[in-house]
Design a protein around this ligand. Structure first.
Ligand code: BG6
Length: 475
């Protein structure tokens, strides 16, 4: 369309993740993952953050990942719905423990490979490019129990073996890859982010940054392997994005916001620029961190990503006197409440201009193509008597954010595509709820696991179809 600012080959679609959608948690030879042990309910936060160790399942708890939305059995129906909307890209993740059930085996599980081959082939049948995350929060549980997860350098070897297996097995089906979903979430929710559960006496900062070093090495090596297996492969990093605003123009608040941004951007600074950023030494000294770095690690880190992907739900706010009492989590990262913007029912600030600001900052910093791989509004939906879901609030959120992305393109930023989060309703990562819905497609399932799992098109389904058909011109 001539009046569209989006490039002709712009990729439009949606995103899900294995652990929040597939279910079938022990089928096809799959091993347990961290997420399979995170219950719904009051203990969820303590387990997610690694403060309470829970490596065994209990009969008296409900684990939403075990059934998810049953994507494992229903993916053909679901992908057909995505195709009906005109998707040209579909982001999902591979459950590492379907390919390597324990994580440290030498040979992969053929059934797991067959499942993903079939699923990616189903996408290709409709001309949809799969965009595949290798690890979206779900570390094989065995690696956590036996090795302490990413605190152990052996994880680099296990992950790169797994990554190579995927690049080879799905060569010709998948060319867009992400290594770790929201890699910076490791700092904010260590167990769900990276399988880190703390021991008595741990220097938590030390553990988190040592694990970070291992993930950064694994990501760089995976990027290198992806390019060796097929030079057409394109690999991205993935940030839980959203700039921090200073709460006021007081210099101390401005500095606090800059420091908070760096905390998250630190990961991408390494993945996109190939070396630890200049501020690392001072920050590590202040946190009492001494990293174990081996000779040759610096060389490994030079394998930078091809593009920078990120999620954006909300901007954030920081001040010099920010603390646990006056802040709350929006997409897991703590923030002060911004009095100038509205918030969702879950308290996540709604700030489309913040997306343009975030994208400009990221492009100024990295000079690599951007890919917005998660964005959306978690909201409660009602099915009316006619069986319809009139989700105008979702349409309005997405419309404003797509407009902001268009403005960022107008600012001269190369943007590869857009995959809205939870294009089909799925389990919420933060709360484990089904009632926090993001989809264009409604799934009949509630927070306790009741419902038929039937799929229904929402009003936003028809709206997004029109957006895609007009390449973003008709919003
Ligand atoms: C991101 C994650 O943090 O935000 C997703 O990558 C998650 O897995 C999404 O689902 C939205 O968060 P929530 O808690 O509303 O599901």
């Amino acid at each position: 369309m001539s009046d569209s600012i989006f490039p002709k080959d712009f990729l439009w679609g949606g995103a899900i993740a294995a652990n929040q959608a597939e279910g079938a948690y022990l089928e096809g030879g799959k091993g347990l993952t961290t997420v399979d042990t995170i219950p719904h309910g009051k203990d969820r936060l303590a387990v997610k953050t690694g403060l309470e160790k829970r490596f065994t399942l209990r009969d008296d708890e409900y684990y939403p990942s075990h059934v998810g939305i049953d994507f494992y059995h229903r993916y053909k129906e679901d992908i057909a719905l995505m195709a009906e909307m005109g998707f040209t890209v579909f982001r999902t993740s591979i459950a590492w423990s379907r390919i390597y059930p324990n994580g440290d085996e030498l040979t992969p599980n053929a059934e797991g490979i067959a499942f993903y081959r079939d699923m990616f082939a189903e996408c290709k049948k409709y001309g949809i490019e799969p965009l595949v995350t290798l690890c979206h929060f779900d570390v094989p549980l065995y690696l956590v129990k036996e090795y302490g997860s990413w605190r152990n350098r052996k994880m680099v070897e296990f992950f790169t073996r797994y990554a190579r297996t995927c690049f080879e097995a799905f060569d010709g089906l998948v060319k867009y890859w992400l290594t770790f979903n929201e890699i910076n979430i490791l700092l904010h929710s260590p167990y769900s982010g990276a399988g880190l559960a703390f021991e008595e006496g741990d220097n938590k900062e030390q553990v988190k940054y040592q694990a970070t070093h291992h993930e950064l090495l694994a990501s760089a090596l995976a990027t290198k392997i992806a390019h060796e297996v097929n030079p057409n492969n394109q690999v991205g990093c993935m940030l839980a994005g959203g700039n921090f605003y200073p709460y006021s123009c007081k210099p101390e608040d401005v500095w606090a916001a800059l420091e908070k941004d760096r905390e998250n951007l630190f990961f991408i600074d390494v993945q996109a620029r190939g070396a630890y950023p200049s501020y690392t030494k001072r920050v590590f000294r202040e946190k009492g961190i001494t990293l174990e770095i081996e000779p040759g690690d610096d060389e490994i880190l030079k394998n930078t990503v091809d593009f920078v992907s990120f999620s954006y739900y909300a901007s954030r706010c920081a001040s010099a006197d920010m603390n646990d009492k006056n802040s709350s989590a929006a997409n897991i990262v703590k923030s002060l409440k911004n009095p100038h913007i509205q918030a969702s029912e879950w308290g996540w600030g709604i700030d489309p201009l913040g997306l343009r600001i975030t994208m400009n900052m990221m492009y100024d910093r990295y000079q690599k193509p951007l890919f917005l791989v998660e964005n959306g509004l978690g909201a409660k939906d009602e099915v009316n008597e006619q069986g319809e879901i009139n989700d105008d609030y979702r349409i309005s959120y997405l419309r404003e954010h797509i407009k902001a992305m268009a403005d960022a393109i107008d600012d001269g930023i190369p943007v590869m595509g857009y995959t809205s989060w939870g294009c089909i309703d799925l389990v919420a990562a933060s709360t484990g709820e089904m009632s926090k819905r993001y989809g264009f497609v409604y799934v009949d399932r509630d927070d306790q696991g009741n419902g038929t799992l039937a799929r229904t098109r929402k009003k936003s389904f028809y709206w997004y179809k029109k957006v895609i058909a007009s390449n973003g011109a008709d919003l």
